[in-house]
Design a protein around this ligand. Structure first.
Ligand SMILES: [Zn+2]
Length: 416
């Protein structure tokens, strides 16, 4: 097969321009695993040496990214973390493979792990995907989540526990030696477990600095579950690269984030909160009583307000967030973008940027833009996601997904 592929007759949304960009008629030439040329109109190529694929006016945009993923949660997951953790590893890892395939087929070519249920899930999946043995996105692999004694998750056996900066260094080094490249810390509570309210903050500056330093030796990033304002401020001032949730952002937290505008990212997980608060989880036992005790309704309002503040000061927001429950099912990942448009007031292109151009710099990959020299990770859809971001949710509109210059998914309904 030719090393060069021409995607002809496309509507190209580069995500390399401003938030007012509209898809334009063009051709995209792929050479090896990189984008060689993005040309308006038709490009002349030597068709004997180039594979030409006519897209019939479909939109080409960068492959999408999700910055808070749990590929450990099987397709039929129902909040039973302990059950999955204790399940037979051989069956479990096949569940994981089904999930990575679902991400890819949903248009996602890059995910960042946010904690696993069996220690090697992310690392094993990444290895098999990178060797072309199973289908899946690029993975920045996480390991077990890290908490401190007495804090959320400390007594369940699912998480690693660090009591101080020294222990933190050891945990981070051990995980990184095993291949982890996204350390996941728990530095606030989570109201869904009422004994650990979201406003509570855990760990301290010394522990976070230790984590960031140690991870840095391996080229790994540190990510943190941080719902309370105190935890957001602490993560921002200690150099944590990826802050999850950031539900409560007070003046102190905002100032700390603003001071690190160029090297901090926030991944809220808005759709998850929205779905919980709107009763989507009720059929699976999340009663209105439990929800009320979680404080999630207030938290959803706070998160929307916080996201407005972050946009105002120019903090990079990343799409992603805890997909894989039955009420936020695997495969519906782009619902996060829909919520950004509906609840936060982003334009569709701004929302798409949270799942494309914003993510590459965090993980040091030239992805998320249809741009010469960038990795050829692309999504092809029928319809215009810049007028209706919901287009990205619809499997029937998904023509194909290219990863690393190769067609990694082709819709068999469209191309039988
Ligand atoms: Zn999570």
């Amino acid at each position: 097969m030719a090393d060069r592929t021409l995607l002809r007759n496309a509507r190209v949304l580069t995500c390399a321009a401003g938030t007012d960009e509209q898809p334009r008629d063009g051709d995209v030439l792929i050479d090896g695993n990189r984008i060689a040329l993005v040309s308006p109109g038709r490009l002349d190529v030597d068709e004997a040496a180039t594979r030409v694929v006519d897209l019939g006016g479909a939109t080409v945009l960068p492959g999408l990214s999700d910055a808070h993923t749990h590929i450990s949660w099987p397709l039929d997951f129902v909040f039973d973390h302990d059950g999955v953790a204790a399940s037979a590893p051989n069956a479990h890892i096949l569940d994981v493979a089904a999930v990575t395939r679902t991400f890819l087929e949903s248009g996602y070519t890059l995910v960042i792990g946010a904690g696993v249920l069996q220690h090697q899930d992310d690392v094993l999946a990444k290895d098999f995907i990178d060797r072309g043995l199973i289908a899946g996105p690029r993975i920045v692999p996480s390991g077990a989540m890290v908490t401190e004694p007495g804090a959320i998750g400390a007594d369940g056996g699912l998480m690693d526990v660090a009591a101080d900066a020294k222990a933190m260094r050891e945990v981070v080094a051990r995980q990184c030696d095993a291949g982890v490249r996204a350390i996941k810390l728990f530095i606030s509570g989570d109201g869904i477990i009422p004994e650990f309210p979201s406003e509570d903050t855990y760990m301290n500056d010394a522990m976070l600095v230790a984590a960031v330093e140690e991870a840095g030796r391996y080229g790994a990033i540190v990510t943190a579950h941080a719902r309370s304002a105190g935890s957001v401020a602490m993560a921002a001032r200690t150099g944590v690269q990826l802050i999850h949730h950031a539900c409560f952002v007070d003046d102190l937290a905002l100032a700390a984030l603003e001071a690190r505008r160029d090297d901090v990212w926030v991944c809220p997980g808005l759709h998850y909160l929205y779905a919980m608060v709107n009763g989507h989880a009720e059929p699976w036992g999340m009663t209105s009583d439990r929800l009320e005790r979680s404080g999630y309704e207030r938290e959803l309002l706070a998160m929307v307000e916080s996201l407005q503040k972050l946009r105002t000061v120019g903090i990079s927001i990343l799409a992603g967030g805890d997909f894989g429950h039955q009420w936020t099912h695997h495969g519906t990942y782009a619902a996060e973008l829909q919520r950004y448009v509906e609840l936060v007031g982003m334009t569709p292109v701004e929302a798409i940027h949270t799942a494309t151009r914003n993510t590459g710099p965090l993980v040091g990959l030239e992805t998320g833009q249809v741009r010469e020299g960038y990795l050829a990770d692309l999504l092809m859809v029928r319809g215009d996601p810049t007028t209706d971001v919901g287009v990205l949710m619809d499997p029937a509109r998904r023509l194909a997904v290219m990863k690393d210059g190769v067609f990694a998914y082709v819709n068999a309904e469209i191309y039988p």
